[in-house]
Design a protein around this ligand. Structure first.
Ligand SMILES: [Cu+2]
Length: 136
């Protein structure tokens, strides 16, 4: 049992150090649709979001459609960007969830999953995070 646990911890450490290398995935630039909404589809999996760098325009409505990969691991989607009027904390499922907001200020806002198993690192700390970049 102890060896099993050690192996598990070791593999989690390996995953966390390998999973986030900035700049590898190109940023996703949201297009503004005919109705003025910027739509982005996001996949949430253990332990990453795809895309993990999203660029949107300020003061235009954004609709994120976030879907969790199948599997028992729970995930959520959190952004704490109070100054830009972006306050999101939504649990995710395999049914796509629509999250709508309008960013009110230019800046970079981290999104992440804050779920964690017992004493392990949170999913965000394991690489399940990304940047919402709000531009002029
Ligand atoms: Cu998660």
């Amino acid at each position: 049992m102890r060896y099993l646990l050690n192996g598990l911890v070791l593999s989690l450490v390996c995953i966390s150090s390998a999973s986030y290398s900035a700049g590898e995935i190109k940023p996703y630039i949201a297009a503004i649709a005919g109705d003025g909404v910027q739509r982005v589809t996001i996949l949430a999996d253990s332990y990453y979001f795809n895309p993990d760098h999203i660029i949107v325009k300020v003061n235009a409505p954004v609709e994120l459609t976030v879907t969790k990969e199948s599997g028992i691991t729970p995930h959520n989607f959190v952004i704490k960007g109070t100054d830009a009027d972006i306050e999101i904390s939504e649990s995710l499922s395999t049914t796509p969830k629509s999250i709508r907001f309008t960013p009110k200020r230019v800046g970079e806002y981290q999104f992440y999953c804050d779920k964690r198993l017992l004493f392990f690192k949170s999913h965000g700390e394991k690489g399940m995070k990304g940047i919402l970049e709000v531009t002029e």
